[in-house]
Design a protein. Structure first.
Lengths: 432, 83
């Protein structure tokens, strides 16, 4: 039996896409905005959970066209919100040809009834246990409409992803994962809803095996740790990073700002090959940060943002800060504040519009306040670079013009060269 | 040539981590994924430290930094202009 695992694309320029023509044109032509082209770790993992009597083909629509005439017994499609409409089109197309279609991924997990309308079965939540169960049922002819995890999986039982299925020419970074979950439960984020609040780790042996597999299979040492927040458990992180050192990789990862409070961790990050860390700063406006979590975790750390950038860079690690625009307390001043912060700290930035993804508290709040239609399903626009709603203190046009100005400034040649020179001087000091 | 050996050693120690027969003197760093964007900065820092030169902004171009041969030629040119 043959399975096609498909990762749909809204557009081929998958890292940044916007229906705003000026923004899209900027993203298409600028040479300095960091771009990450990765295969889908979810589908590589699902492929690894597939029993050997099934043949698996991985199709990433961003890099290859789907042949709708190809024979499959089952087509599995993973979607995040921005991919949902295209995913539904693909599912319907195969379904019309009598092929059994399954959908999963964050969007299908949060809106399973919607996804079920376009496919035969929906996997809700983590697929490691549910997918083999579904395949067993398929063979017996008793497939259910929905497969739902009763509890979170033990991450130590997650198999090594099928890296052998990757077309290595198509990607410049390879994803793996050491943890799942994030304790912060921010109002705009679906991680806690989908993966639960309990933070889970893979074993160190498992992570090392995965990286060794990447090195053997793909001859590649440039890794992205696709964790939601990699270093939450500091003691385990020390041990993991020590184990990574002899593997001699270069990696990109994601963390909260607390890593800057831990010099031992930063030292180990540097020694183990960390090149860039993505940090969700979210906002520079205290009232916005205070509204993100009941614990006010990020609000309490706002005052350390500048020092944190400095400390992390001191270890030769570049900071890619993530910022969201469109919170209740954002005014037209927010754009210049973001530019100033980015330039003063010599960091790279990713700037997004606040996007009310299904399953988030922020979506519920906006619907309750009448700022968003409850049935808003313009999923193609949920790219983070399209304005979905007008926030309290700014109009749509102001947001679009402001975001463009931020990107044009931060990723101008002059600023890029200044930022590069800043890092070069740090790297020279490190060699001493 | 000593410069070629030095650059090759730097690349192997910091990016490839093992001897790679595919790394020829004219192999493109960017096309073959040998250097990422941070890697380019590390290379510049290394060249400035090792050869006592300053890589000017306008010199950060593929013609100077995209292969071992390019880098070696660029270093020789810079050293010549320093004399």
């Amino acid at each position: 039996m043959k399975i096609g695992l498909i990762y749909p694309s809204r557009s081929r320029k998958a890292t940044y896409s916007s229906t705003n023509q000026q923004l899209q044109s900027f993203f298409d032509t600028n040479n300095y905005v960091p771009v990450f082209y990765l295969p889908s770790l979810s589908l590589l993992t699902i492929a690894a959970c597939t029993p050997p009597d099934f043949e698996v083909k991985l199709i990433d629509e961003r890099v290859t066209q789907i042949d709708f005439e190809e024979h499959f017994d089952i087509v599995g499609i993973s979607i995040i919100t921005e991919q949902a409409l295209r995913g539904y089109e693909i599912a319907q197309n195969f379904r019309e040809r009598g092929i059994f279609t399954v959908m999963g991924g964050i969007h299908a997990s949060v809106l399973p009834e919607e996804a079920r309308h376009y496919c035969d079965s929906v996997v809700i939540g983590e697929g490691e246990i549910l997918w083999p169960e579904l395949l067993q049922d398929f063979k017996k002819g008793v497939v259910k409409e929905f497969y739902h995890n009763e509890k979170q999986i033990n991450l130590e039982q997650s198999p090594i992803p099928r890296y052998d299925l990757i077309d290595i020419q198509a990607y410049h970074l390879i994803p793996t994962q050491t943890t799942r979950g994030c304790p912060h439960d921010c109002s705009f984020c679906t991680v806690t809803k989908v993966y639960g609040s309990r933070f889970r780790n893979k074993s160190i042996k498992q992570v090392v095996s995965e990286i060794e597999t990447i090195q053997k299979t793909l001859k590649n040492r440039r890794i992205v740790f696709n964790d939601d927040n990699m270093f939450v458990n500091k003691k385990k992180s020390y041990k993991l990073l020590e184990a990574l050192i002899p593997l001699r990789i270069r990696y990109f990862t994601e963390s909260d700002v607390a890593i800057a409070e831990d010099e031992k961790l930063l030292d180990l990050m540097q020694k183990s090959g960390c090149v860039t860390v993505f940090i969700g700063f979210e906002s520079l406006v205290p009232e916005n940060l205070a509204s993100l979590q009941s614990s006010k975790w990020k609000f309490k750390r706002l005052k350390m943002y500048t020092e944190a950038c400095k400390k992390i860079q001191f270890y030769g690690i570049q900071v890619l800060g993530a910022f969201i625009i469109g919170f209740d307390y954002d005014t037209n001043d927010v754009f210049q504040e973001l530019i100033d912060f980015t330039l003063e700290n010599n960091i790279m930035g990713q700037y997004h519009f606040l996007t009310p993804f299904p399953g988030t508290r922020i979506r519920d709040d906006l619907i309750r306040e009448g700022m968003l239609r409850a049935n808003d399903n313009r999923w193609n626009r949920y790219s983070c670079f399209d304005v979905i709603f007008s926030p309290k203190r700014m109009a749509k046009e102001e947001l679009e013009a402001g975001l463009l100005e931020v990107y044009q400034t931060v990723y101008s040649k002059e600023v890029h060269l200044n930022r590069s020179r800043h890092m070069i001087e740090i790297l020279k000091q490190i060699k001493h | 040539m000593k410069i070629i050996k030095t650059i090759r050693k730097f690349l192997i120690e910091n990016f490839l981590f093992e001897e790679d027969e595919n790394l020829k003197n004219d192999t493109s760093f960017l096309e073959n994924g040998i250097l990422d964007s941070t890697g380019v900065l590390e290379l510049i820092a290394f060249l400035e430290e090792t050869y006592g030169i300053e890589v000017e902004d306008e010199e950060v171009i593929p013609e100077n930094l995209n292969s071992i041969a390019n880098v070696a030629q660029y270093i020789l040119k810079k050293q010549g202009s320093l004399k």
